[in-house]
Design a protein around this ligand. Structure first.
Ligand code: COA
Length: 365
């Protein structure tokens, strides 16, 4: 028997690569490029459903009736405001605090009115756009924006940009839907590990917010965009990625643990980006990005992931990059809500074992 290992223990791949650790009825992904939310293709929902309908579907497992949708949408509006102390807490934070750190800190301290797990989780999710917007503005000495009427996406888009343009908000909504859920990704798994200890929803979402910040998950989505904005030609874009591949450097926005051929979210957003880039007279960003994608695929068969196209998309929607990871987190918080509920409804503490490889037999005397 190996020291430190239980008899009968199974040793699995590092990073839990290709390991199924539990069942879920929320979403599924596969290597063929399918992403399914509760039985519906996510791109079908992005094209044909609203954010609120999709969020309801993810959390409650079925499409809402008209009345349920109305109640659900009203709940999100009525719980979107912040407690008066939040402004005071934000004013104590260093001015250079990132918005994702601010979001995590405020969520961890958030006073909550609701009592059942699903309502607490939705209350947290409902407040994320307002926390991100107020935090961003207060740290920069700007007044916070007033509330406007509208859908979740319209209100969120306004809080990020100050714009009430409905067409831009619709583009934004489609991307938000694709960010909402992705089965056992790193932040959701972190949430489920935390929930499995029977920690409360707020603690579990705080843990997920810590995990989403990492550059291998949600935290490096603007890196390649910033290089691209300085590029003058398609050739420059191609040699940029060729150079990175030759130096064996990671290119952010490419690669995925599950999607080895294509990320359906990236392909859908790329299609939307084409129209958006035309509208904004920034076709060159579309041209550069697709040339980079083709080069990386031809040379190394690594597909673009959602973050690559989403960063360009959000730039064209006039959204400051400080918001990119908080936007991802805000949308994903509905997926986290569903996973919290699913985890605690059939709970077993998630506690793996390890194989000890350190020294043995040492003595103090
Ligand atoms: N740029 C360059 N090479 C990459 C790459 C990238 N973005 N992603 C993967 N690769 C290469 C690795 O270097 C490795 O090559 P090798 O076999 O020659 O050593 C191979 O592809 C497998 O990569 P690996 O990192 O082991 O795969 P993974 O399943 O563990 O990683 C990610 C998945 C997402 C962590 C990885 O693709 C990555 O770091 N991407 C960049 C960050 C990012 O965009 N994250 C958002 C994900 S939605």
């Amino acid at each position: 028997m190996v020291i430190g290992m239980e008899e009968g223990a199974i040793e699995v791949a590092k990073g839990l690569d290709k390991v199924i650790i539990d069942k879920t009825g929320i979403a599924s992904t596969d290597n063929e490029g399918n992403l399914v939310y509760r039985g519906y293709q996510a791109v079908d929902l992005a094209e044909n459903a609203s954010f609120e309908q999709t969020a309801y579907l993810i959390v409650y497992g079925r499409m809402p009736s008209k009345g349920e949708l109305k109640d659900f949408s009203s709940f999100l509006v009525s719980h979107s405001g912040l407690d008066g102390n939040t402004e005071k807490i934000i004013s104590m934070l260093p001015k250079n605090t990132s918005i994702i750190d601010l979001l995590r800190s405020i969520v961890s301290l958030m006073p909550l009115k609701e009592t059942s797990n699903d309502r607490i989780l939705l209350e947290i999710a409902a407040k994320m756009p307002r926390i991100s917007s107020d935090g961003y503005r207060l740290l920069r000495g700007m007044p916070v924006l007033k509330d406007i009427d509208g859908s979740y996406a319209e209100r969120f888009y306004y809080l990020l940009t100050g714009s009430t343009d409905k067409l831009s908000a619709k583009y934004f909504e489609r991307m938000l839907i694709l960010y909402m859920e992705h089965e056992f990704n790193a932040s959701t798994f972190t949430l489920r590990v935390t929930a499995s200890t029977l920690a409360d929803p707020r603690a579990s979402v705080t843990a997920a917010l810590a995990a989403i910040k990492g550059p291998l998950h949600g935290g490096a989505n603007a890196e390649i965009l910033n290089y691209m904005l300085k590029m003058k030609s398609k050739d420059e874009a191609v040699s940029f990625v060729e150079g990175k591949l030759a130096r064996h450097e990671k290119i952010m926005g490419f690669g995925h643990r599950i999607y080895k051929k294509l990320d359906p979210r990236a392909q859908y957003v790329k299609g939307q980006l084409r129209g958006l880039a035309k509208l904004r007279k920034m076709d060159k960003l579309y041209e550069f990005s697709t040339a980079m994608e083709k080069t990386i695929w031809d040379k190394k068969q690594i597909p673009a992931n959602l973050d690559f196209y989403a960063a360009i998309y959000m730039h064209l929607l006039g959204i400051d990059e400080a918001f990119y990871t908080p936007i991802f987190a805000s949308s994903r918080s509905f997926g986290w809500a569903a996973h919290y509920i699913e985890q605690v409804s059939d709970n077993k503490l998630i506690r793996p074992d390890s194989r000890y490889v350190g020294p043995t037999g040492l003595r103090v005397k």
